[in-house]
Design a protein around this ligand. Structure first.
Ligand SMILES: [Zn+2]
Length: 187
């Protein structure tokens, strides 16, 4: 796994491989199609998880729907392969989870971790829920975060925090995760 394949300071016209390029230093955006989508989507009203659950899978970065839950890539990831698993139902507390929803979240978590390991070879994971705004939840609709970790990833992430480093393009990550689920489901 390449933790970072950044080509810092390369002019846009010299970019040969669109997957290689993300954002550059000095907050100068070279090629970041998701920003346009974010700006376009920013005016939408309502809960992003309720909206996403009913939208087109590729546009919403939903890689798997299963039972009462769905899994999608975080459009603004802490690290490559940062995924979120959410019930369709708009609930805001762990104790509001029905047994079936809780079972589906954990089953999808288990498979997501298997797929991430298979496709990206992370060395560890941060897994958890931020419950409530005070705990850092951007949206109160309950969702689990799974953040793959590699040795050394913290060396550059905080330093460039104001820049937003994206080691791999979201759609490329999406392809890999979907392929991983295809392989997993084939057994
Ligand atoms: Zn919701």
């Amino acid at each position: 796994m390449r933790v970072a394949s950044l080509k810092v300071g390369v002019p846009a016209e010299q970019v040969k491989n669109i997957w290689d390029i993300t954002l550059l230093m000095d907050k100068r955006i070279l090629w970041a199609p998701w920003r346009g989508e974010f700006v376009a989507g920013a005016k939408k009203e309502g809960c992003i998880f309720c909206l996403k659950g009913s939208e087109d899978d590729m546009a919403s970065l939903i890689f798997e729907r299963r039972g009462k839950v769905f899994g999608m890539l975080n459009r603004f990831p802490y690290n490559t392969g940062h995924i979120m698993i959410s019930p369709y139902r708009h609930i805001t507390s762990i104790e509001d989870l029905q047994k079936e929803e809780a079972d589906d979240i954990f089953a999808l978590m288990k498979d997501s971790i298997a797929v991430l390991k298979m496709e990206m070879g992370p060395e560890g994971f941060n897994i958890g829920f931020n419950v409530g705004k005070v705990a850092g939840a951007g949206f109160e609709h309950l969702h689990m975060h799974i953040v793959p970790r590699w040795t050394g990833d913290t060396n550059f992430m905080p330093v460039l925090a104001s820049t937003k480093v994206m080691p791999e393009h979201l759609l490329k990550t999406m392809e890999r995760i979907k392929e991983g689920f295809r392989r997993l489901n084939r057994g």
